[in-house]
Ligand binder design. Structure first.
Ligand SMILES: O=c1ccc(O)c[nH]1
Length: 347
């Protein structure tokens, strides 16, 4: 359902206030061909109402002829910023970038963050943004989870469907996604609400069973027949099952890149206002599926790049797969039990 400009301006003002935007600071709104007009117009208005110097930087879309999908998170690596010194300079000189086009998993994003610029990604439909305006409680919940990840040496994931995965950790930092950028150089994504990290390179072992109802992204499909992925030394060695498995395997094969099969980020959903069912109610191209990534109690794993965490793998193929009804443990302590988050610090 549509929402009013007034509601979305209010939502932006809350997110910008949580992001500690100060009067006189510079906000640059980064747009491209797929930017939602209402998200853009209300972002510009809200930032100006908070006294910011507001710029808009519109970039030409890239990769259209290479990507097999219009999903901004499906084909990564290069962006309209690649090699674009003038645009990068403008963003580095800004206090806050509102990314309405998707820089995620790009080297340029890191360069801009390293300059102290904050980057907030916001590309979901306006009503999804409004439904999941972040809160300080979201931040506290996600930080409790990332604190546990930071201390852990091993994440283990099991399920009745047959998942048995062991992920040694420690090489990469834990990432908290809670929907706003409250510290210099921070990247975040509105909407979100999950904790993640990357397993130690080449050390994940085991089996992942993507069961009926689990979700493939960017395909935005609820799996109808279980898919079994065998993982050895951090890479998916085989992807077997029915037509969903064939779709996933053949799509990944089309990238002709062995790095696409690497286990990427692992973690779990912590957003109570996200829902597993939402994807069934949207046209495939109308959303990038953040409800699926963030719904409370999922185990979210990813295949492909690890440059987001400081790794060297920047494959353009990026697959996110949230699983239901898993039990996730850190060094033997359960943090999710059969799809339910166990959070001692429950507010
Ligand atoms: O917010 C996001 C979105 C996609 C992803 O793979 C990670 N975080």
């Amino acid at each position: 359902m549509a929402i009013s400009d007034h509601e979305l301006i209010q939502a932006w003002k809350e997110v910008l206030t949580l992001s500690k935007l100060e009067p006189g600071q510079t906000v640059t709104v980064l747009t491209s061909a797929a930017t939602h007009p209402q998200t853009l117009s209300t972002a510009l208005t809200a930032a100006a109402m908070l006294g910011a110097v507001v710029n808009r930087l519109d970039l030409q879309p890239v990769n259209g002829e290479k990507a097999l999908s219009r999903d901004s998170l499906a084909y990564l690596g290069t962006t309209p910023l690649t090699g674009n010194k003038a645009a990068i300079a403008a963003l580095k000189a800004s206090d806050l970038v509102l990314d309405l086009m998707t820089l995620l998993f790009s080297p340029e994003q890191h360069e801009i963050l390293a300059a102290g610029t904050k980057i907030l990604l916001a590309v979901e439909p306006p009503e999804v943004l409004a439904r999941m305006v972040p809160t300080l409680a979201d931040r506290a919940r996600v930080l409790r989870a990332t604190a546990k990840i930071e201390k852990a040496k091993t994440m283990r994931v099991v399920s009745a469907a047959g998942t048995e995965l062991t992920c040694p950790m420690g090489e990469f930092p834990a990432i908290a996604e809670y929907g706003f950028c409250d510290t210099p150089g921070r990247w975040d994504h509105w909407p979100s609400g999950f904790a993640l990290t990357w397993p130690n390179e080449k050390q994940t072992q085991g089996t992942i069973v993507i069961d009926r109802g689990d979700i493939l992204l960017p395909m935005k499909r609820y799996v109808a027949e279980p898919i079994t992925i065998t993982v050895k030394d951090g890479f998916a060695q085989s992807i077997t099952g029915g037509v969903d498995a064939e779709l996933l395997a053949e799509y990944m094969e089309s990238f002709k890149d062995p790095e696409a099969y690497a286990i990427s980020h692992i973690g779990w959903g912590l957003q109570p206002r996200a829902s597993w069912t939402t994807l069934a109610l949207y046209d495939r191209e109308a959303t990038i599926g953040m409800d699926a990534r963030a719904f409370e109690g999922n185990f979210l794993f990813s295949l492909g790049p690890n440059n987001e965490a400081g790794g060297s793998r920047s494959t353009t193929c990026h697959i996110d797969i949230p699983l239901r009804k898993c039990t996730v443990s850190l060094d033997g302590e359960e943090v999710v039990r059969v799809g339910k988050v166990l959070d001692q610090g429950q507010e």
